[in-house]
Ligand binder design. Structure first.
Ligand code: PPE
Length: 305
């Protein structure tokens, strides 16, 4: 997807011009994938731009960094503030936010602890990741032949740049075959997650999603959906799912910051159908919350001004 250019990017404590936001060719992370990142969204609300669960996302950034023993040279509070600064500097009402901490220029080789850690936060307007049609009528998913990274190889609990090679292989495979999104199974054959989303299914009125031990990312949208389901008193359970649990689902959907909540219409050419009532209800609630139209969840919104 092309990136719509804006004015400024926050880099190591300063606002720099979009075109000047560069790194050295010998940056450690370019060679070894040794970076960690987040994907966050800000939405337009009646009280101005609000970032959805900003602090929770940045806490996950610090957890990802800890897995790779990367010391981020800023505090959580400083990065919360920097995110608001860069949104204000670009005058955006709604946007996608991409914080990244990466091992920069200074050392090569596989022992990375001597390389400096750089931090940047970029923002840009980003529309529906899997398309507006997808949000309304659902997408066609396919299970990739590539398995999710094993927790004892490249931990999927981190959001590290290098591990996304795994999602890229899966995504390319299924989109080139004509599908919209990939679902990855783990090394044991259980559903982990989508290329860039968590997966939920509904069967006989129950809502299920794989546990994080399956290799599913601890998604912030996933957590939001679980809490919305609780408030709606929709019975919910984390459960290991096999591929036929997807085929037999009454409803299924993806959740993610970029994707938001996207119904799954088909899996491996088995029809699930148009978005069902539970998917619709959760989807409507989610969009009302992020757009500041539901006072009960105001604590999830962190206002830019
Ligand atoms: N699983 C994976 C593998 C994943 O990458 C994401 C987010 C999720 C689940 C959902 O997590 P959350 O956003 O906290 O609900 N994927 C991010 C990157 C997408 C990209 O193309 O880049 C995102 O949605 O921002």
């Amino acid at each position: 997807m092309p990136i719509p250019e804006v004015d400024k990017i926050w880099m190591d404590g300063e606002l720099v011009d979009w075109k000047e936001a560069k790194v050295h060719l010998l940056s450690h992370s370019l060679h070894y994938g040794s970076g960690v990142f987040e994907g966050i969204r800000a939405y337009e609300t009646p009280r101005g731009a609000a970032v959805f669960r900003l602090t929770d996302h940045l806490k996950r950034l610090f957890r990802s960094a800890a897995i790779y023993r990367m010391e981020i040279p800023y505090s959580l509070e400083e990065l919360v503030e920097a995110t608001k600064v860069v949104i204000r500097a670009n005058g955006l009402k709604s946007c996608y936010i991409r914080p990244i901490a990466f091992r920069g220029y200074g050392e090569m080789g596989l022992h990375p602890l001597g390389a400096p850690v750089n931090v940047a936060i970029a923002v840009w307007p980003w529309g529906a990741y899997l398309g507006e049609e997808g949000i309304r009528h659902g997408v066609r998913a396919k299970i990739s032949s590539f398995r999710r990274n094993d927790p004892n190889a490249i931990p999927p609990a981190a959001k590290a740049t290098g591990q996304y090679l795994n999602s890229i292989l899966a995504k390319m495979e299924v989109t080139e075959a004509g599908y919209d999104e990939a679902i990855l199974l783990n090394q044991h054959g259980y559903v982990a997650d989508g290329a860039g989303e968590n997966v939920f299914v509904v069967r006989n009125g129950f809502l299920y999603t794989p546990p994080t031990s399956s290799g599913a990312l601890e998604g912030i949208t996933r957590d939001s959906v679980i809490r919305i389901a609780e408030d709606f008193e929709i019975p919910f359970r984390e459960k290991d799912l096999v591929r036929t649990d997807l085929y037999h689902a009454d409803e299924a959907f993806f959740t993610g910051t970029a994707a938001e909540i996207v119904p799954i219409r088909e899996v491996d050419d088995r029809l699930i159908g148009e978005p069902g009532p539970i998917t619709r209800r959760i989807q409507e609630k989610f969009f009302a919350i992020v757009k500041g139209r539901d006072g009960n969840y105001d604590h999830w919104l962190e206002y830019v001004d």
